[in-house]
Design a protein around this ligand. Sequence first.
Ligand SMILES: C[S@@+](CC[C@H](N)C(=O)[O-])C[C@H]1O[C@@H](n2cnc3c(N)ncnc32)[C@H](O)[C@@H]1O
Length: 374
Amino acid sequence: MTRYFATCARGLEPVLAAELGTLGASSIEPGRGGATFHGDAAMLYRACLWLRSAVRVLRPIHEFDVHTPDGLYDAVRSICWNDWMTPDQTLAVDCNVRDSALTHSQYAARRVKDAICDQFLERTGRRPSVDTEQPMIGLNLHVSKNHAILSLDSSWSSLHKRGYRPIQVVAPLNEALAAGLLLRAGWDKATPLVDPMCGSGTFCVEGAWIALNRPPGLTRKWFAFQGWPDFDRPLWNAIRDDARRAVLKELPATIAGSDLRQDAIDFAKTNAHAAGVGHLLRFERLELDAARPPSGVSGTLICNPPYGERIGEEEELIGLYARIGTTAKEHWRGWRLFVFTSNTMLAKKVGLKVVHKEPFFNGSLECFLWEFKV
Ligand SMILES: C[S@@+](CC[C@H](N)C(=O)[O-])C[C@H]1O[C@@H](n2cnc3c(N)ncnc32)[C@H](O)[C@@H]1O
């Protein structure tokens, strides 16, 4: 059994822990910005393939206290790197430092790389070359309060990069956060899901993948664990093929998005097609108040309205947030309403009774998922 640490946006730790539990991980301990768990190679592959709310899955290989760049170099050089890689493999190091004597993360990353390369040069006369795009061995150095954890990063490129959203619109929601919020909201995938301010369609696409039982990593071309010396290709292929066979063809209930902007709707459609669900989702250019529930059972209405970060914008948005409340009361009775925003003053303008309010970090920005009673 190997110990891993899966990272996620702060606030999503309970969602991530629940996902890990469903996948069969053992000794799950949610912590700040992630969860520790134990598992074998199959568990690691399932985690990378299936976790919707995770950003990375790290495999810690060394922990130590560090105060200087030279101390870092010495600690990394003391590891027997032959156990983890060969000089013929490519390498990259990512580093984040917080509240520590070391302050320069790029310099710290370089010292780690130098220590590994110097050890290989001394022992074999050869050194690994650096590939920051698709390294066979991707390392993550996390330093907090002068305590360092050096880990193998099992995906290298972050797991939230699902591959369906090459086009960026203003303020799209991170895919892992959107999926995590849907899971946290307890959306029952057998009932409809509507986002009337869908932007690039992230809630709708992530919702469709959840409803279809489609793992977010299914079409990813490269996970860094595929370059590890202990990579078990037949096991990985079997896990991925099983998952592919279990993907449903039809959505159990309607998933739809609308937005005021035509370019947003165009982006949403393009992204949904890239995600393989374009034929299953409905996107329409509509003012918020013109959106109507699909016929049949009530479902979940979720949106991520503009937050009003620029001066003057907040004032204009008061009316928009108030309209969320009035249109919900008028047309969406019986539905569950969720609003994700960083702006508490604006959220209160929705004017409906608050059922629940919970903080989540969108990058470094503290946001809340508000559930209102309609
Ligand atoms: C923060 S963005 C949503 C981003 C989206 N969650 C995504 O992942 O791309 C807010 C969206 O609200 C839309 N919007 C603003 N006012 C609106 C209105 N009155 N009716 C419908 N949509 C509106 C904007 O066009 C924008 O796409």
